[in-house]
Design a protein. Structure first.
Length: 447
């Protein structure tokens, strides 16, 4: 199946007042669907792609949004469609797929059909207990939460599951549906492969004598479970663009340029250990420190690792058990001049808040950023004891030089006025004392 979509960010949900009529238009077919993200500041994501799969009237549509923003409506328009494989016209649903720790909050979903009708959802019933968005009523019944948004990420302590299916009600056109059912994706509500339709129970005894023909039929529709690449219609020797669809990310590794954290299989409330990989040190330096914090209310309660086995950074807390979520901080140290390796030494500090959300072992977590990125760099110059002594030594040299000059001037004046021997300064005694002080500071500096 090949599909091509155009994403349009809109500020309002507009529908066609008088759609164009024509014999070739299926009035129930999807013309466009609109995803509206909630207006709270955490509704969107950073550099994350959210995937959508829509089943509607014998067809399936794939769509993705990169780095969606809060309070924005995104419209997907079907420019072309090839292939039909859903036999049940009532099977109308939307799969939201966000395999990332950065959650998305969707407030409204709307499908507009070719005849101008529309089907919308503005609140949801689910069993995921999203208390932060609960409407505190009994609309959804027992063991269900009535919420104003659908919240999706992979964190069990936040908005999991990462794949959630929203169902439409075709009996309620042109009105917003409250309490739309939301379920986790599973084998019974998700079809990844084409299926064979049942034969018609009562076929027509008089087939159409002059059926209409497709002006440009597809020579070979693609029916596959593999990844599909659809090139842009403007592709050429000076411009390359294509869409990637049908990618199965259900068990794929995280492909990212960010730092990755892989937890040890024995991780628990009494033992934290993880591996740090994919760290970008191309701009120089080394990983100087790795620390964790399981107390979000105390930004100073960072615990450094106790053991670095070469594969895992291990943390032990003898006073009390660890609790989740756990923030992770990684520090890169580097010199301003890598060739000379002279002081001062600088630090680049990266922090991932509430990164470890479970004591499940062997989890791969996306840190969300990496070193050597000018846009995320937080650097701190380290003032070492040697630097402090260096500065002090310079000051002492300047002060002693000034004293030498003053004493020399006084000695000259003393010689000219012919003062008594007991009244003038003993220049040599003072000079020896100053040289002794200078020698002491030199020894301290060298040590």
């Amino acid at each position: 199946i090949q599909f091509e979509f155009t994403a349009i960010a809109t500020n309002k949900e507009d529908t066609t007042a008088s759609p164009t009529a024509g014999e070739d238009i299926d009035g129930d077919a999807m013309d466009r669907f609109i995803i509206t993200f909630d207006d709270n500041p955490y509704a969107g994501t950073g550099e994350v792609t959210v995937y959508f799969t829509l089943w509607w009237h014998h067809a399936v549509y794939a769509y993705s949004i990169y780095a969606p923003r809060p309070a924005i409506s995104y419209t997907a328009t079907s420019a072309s469609m090839v292939g039909t494989f859903l036999c049940d016209a009532a099977d109308t649903k939307l799969l939201v797929d966000n395999f990332h720790y950065d959650a998305v909050h969707i407030s409204k979903i709307q499908v507009v059909t070719a005849d101008g009708s529309w089907f919308g959802v503005e609140s949801y019933c689910n069993g995921f207990r999203r208390n932060g968005f609960a409407l505190n009523d009994t609309v959804c019944g027992e063991d269900q939460t009535h919420s104003s948004v659908i919240c999706v990420d992979y964190q069990s302590s936040d908005c999991a599951p990462s794949q959630q299916v929203v169902y439409f009600d075709l009996d309620k056109p042109n009105e917003w549906l409250s309490a739309a059912p939301v379920r986790e994706r599973n084998a019974t509500n998700f079809r990844a492969e084409p299926i064979t339709c049942d034969p018609t129970n009562s076929p027509s005894t008089e087939p159409t004598k002059a059926p209409s023909s497709t002006a440009e039929p597809t020579a070979s529709p693609i029916l596959t479970s593999n990844i599909l690449i659809v090139t842009d219609e403007r592709i050429g020797s000076d411009f390359i663009a294509f869409n990637v669809s049908n990618a199965d990310l259900s068990s794929a590794p995280i492909l990212t340029s960010n730092i990755l954290i892989v937890t040890n299989e024995r991780i628990g409330s009494d033992f934290i250990a993880f591996n740090v990989s994919n760290a970008d040190l191309s701009c120089g330096g080394w990983i100087d420190a790795v620390s964790i914090n399981d107390n979000p209310s105390d930004s100073t309660a960072w615990l450094n690792y106790t053991v670095n086995s070469g594969e895992y950074y291990e943390f032990s807390n003898l006073s009390e058990a660890f609790s989740i979520p756990i923030s992770v901080r990684i520090i890169r140290a580097y010199y301003d001049d890598e060739d000379e390796k002279e002081e001062p030494k600088f630090l680049e500090i990266l922090t991932a808040d509430r990164l470890i959300y479970s004591f499940d072992g062997s989890m791969t977590l996306n840190f969300g950023t990496n070193f050597c990125d000018e846009y995320t760099k937080e650097t701190t110059a380290i003032t070492t004891t040697k630097q402090m002594i260096t500065s002090s030594f310079h000051y002492v040299v300047i002060i002693i030089t000034a004293i030498f000059a003053m004493v020399g001037i006084i000695a000259l004046l003393d010689a000219k006025c012919h003062c008594r021997r007991n009244d003038h300064f003993d220049f040599m005694v003072i000079a020896k004392s100053l040289l002794h002080i200078l020698d002491t500071w030199s020894d301290l500096f060298n040590s």
